[in-house]
Design a protein. Structure first.
Length: 135
């Protein structure tokens, strides 16, 4: 015989998005330093906030969004005129799906080597003279 029962469906929240493929590209004389990576998630990778703490106070000073493929890029600007030789950043993700409470990951600390760009060598002028010396 049939018996009636009731239940409540509960959609458990998934884990916050994770970050992979982190890469640091040091500055050159013509381009600033850049941090790039990719967001992985079981729900969506597009539009995930990647929060970056520049000074270790657990507050994001920068936020970038991932693209449709989960890729993101952040252009690093040092807080002083002389860039440090090592840069330590804390990075995490934060995302809200369908208006739910945002899922925010834990801070992960990463230290990157940030060598100063090599000194520019001034151009030099080789041997020169008049092509035709008639006098």
């Amino acid at each position: 015989s049939w018996q009636a029962f009731s239940y409540t469906y509960s959609d458990l929240a998934g884990e916050p998005a994770s970050i992979t493929n982190l890469a640091w590209t040091p500055a050159t004389h013509t381009t600033p330093a850049k941090l790039s990576g990719r967001v992985l998630d079981d729900a969506q990778v597009s539009g995930v906030n990647v929060e970056i703490d520049l000074n270790g106070d657990n507050v994001p000073e920068a936020v970038v969004k991932s693209d449709a493929y989960g890729k993101f890029e952040y252009t690093y600007t040092p807080s002083t005129s002389s860039a440090p030789t090592q840069v330590t950043l804390q990075i995490r993700t934060s995302q809200s799906i369908n208006g739910q409470t945002p899922q925010t990951g834990a801070w992960n600390s990463h230290t990157f080597s940030n060598p100063a760009p090599a000194a520019l060598t001034p151009p030099s002028l080789g041997a020169w003279g008049l092509a035709v010396d008639d006098g």
